[in-house]
Design a protein around this ligand. Structure first.
Ligand SMILES: Cc1cc2nc3c(=O)[nH]c(=O)nc-3n(C[C@H](O)[C@H](O)[C@H](O)COP(=O)(O)O)c2cc1C
Length: 146
């Protein structure tokens, strides 16, 4: 399977999660492209079984605007992939991916049912939580949303 991990991170929390997800995907035999938004190209989103999109909650519980814009602007590239969200937040409710998920679904993109989130003020996510999330996404990759 092929996977892309695309993320924005200001202080490294979401970046750490991107690394952990990429390592787990590679451990399972996936071919993985991991890229921060700064280095991302439109082509990175194409022809993957799974695309993991990572962002911190940003200014009023949104996905970081530049990442949001990049993903919305290239959503046609996500057809056929399962899109899973991940990231880190702090004082909000952790629902900041809802709007992007809704938008992608309106564009007929398959979006995984739950994001993987860590809260800055709480302990790190366990390895089991990361492993479980990756397994869940890969098990559903290639299948249409129900
Ligand atoms: C400019 C700015 C805006 C933020 N806005 C929110 C927010 O609206 N809701 C929230 O829960 N956390 C908010 N945070 C906290 C970050 O989401 C949190 O610190 C996160 O762990 C940072 O992840 P990162 O290290 O990947 O950048 C904000 C942080 C900054 C610096």
């Amino acid at each position: 399977m092929k996977a892309t991990v695309l993320y924005f991170s200001s202080s490294g929390k979401t970046g750490d999660l991107a690394t952990r997800l990429s390592e787990e995907l590679r451990r399972l035999g996936c071919k993985v492209l991991s890229t921060s938004l700064d280095e991302a190209r439109r082509s990175d989103l194409g022809q993957c079984d799974a695309v993991f999109i990572g962002s911190p909650a940003w200014s009023g519980e949104q996905v970081a605007p530049a990442l949001d814009e990049f993903v919305r602007g290239h959503s046609e590239r996500l057809a056929g992939a399962r899109v899973a969200m991940f990231g880190s937040y702090d004082w909000g409710e952790g629902r900041y991916f809802d709007a992007l998920g809704e938008y992608l679904r309106s564009q007929a993109v398959t979006v995984h049912g739950r994001p993987l989130l860590s809260r800055q003020s709480e302990p790190e996510l366990t390895d089991e939580a990361v492993t479980e999330f990756v397994a869940e996404v890969l098990a559903e990759a290639g299948r249409p949303e129900e």
